[in-house]
Design a binder for this molecule. Structure first.
Ligand SMILES: [Cu+2]
Length: 142
């Protein structure tokens, strides 16, 4: 009986793979030589995956940038100093920022389902200050 149950569990595991491509990003005051920064500026996930942002240091948040998300995706803005997460159901490139630090480099990108069809509209976003160079570097790598 035990062997039988085991076989079923093994069989099921092929249909429901323990897929855990979920990603965790820290919101930090300092990382190496950078201040006010997400620990990962660019992540690739699959459709249906969740990205977690951990409020390691207070004063940060996550806000999708206007014009920086695929068509059909809803806007998103988290509270300051709170852990947050978002499950990406629509493929495409997402650009986000920390509201108070958007012009000093605290931006990030999520590519969902390896879909870059909205990359051109992402490139139309006006980034300011330190974020301009960071965005250019990341976007040219896509
Ligand atoms: Cu911030």
């Amino acid at each position: 009986m035990f062997k039988f149950v085991l076989k079923i569990i093994i069989a099921l595991s092929f249909f429901y793979p323990a897929h855990s491509a979920d990603v965790s990003i820290d919101m930090l005051n300092k990382l190496d030589r950078e201040i006010n920064v997400y620990s990962k500026k660019l992540v690739n996930v699959n459709v249906g995956d969740t990205v977690f942002w951990k409020s390691v240091n207070p004063g940060h948040n996550v806000e999708f940038i206007k014009g920086g998300i695929p068509e059909g995706a809803e806007k998103f803005k988290s509270s300051y100093s709170k852990d947050t997460s978002y499950t990406f159901k629509i493929p495409g490139v997402y650009a986000y920022q920390c509201t108070p630090h958007k012009s000093i480099g605290m931006i990030g990108f999520v590519v969902v389902g390896n879909d870059k069809s909205n990359l051109d509209s992402i490139k139309q976003i006006k980034f300011y200050g330190k974020s301009k160079k960071i965005a250019e570097e990341i976007l040219s790598s896509l």
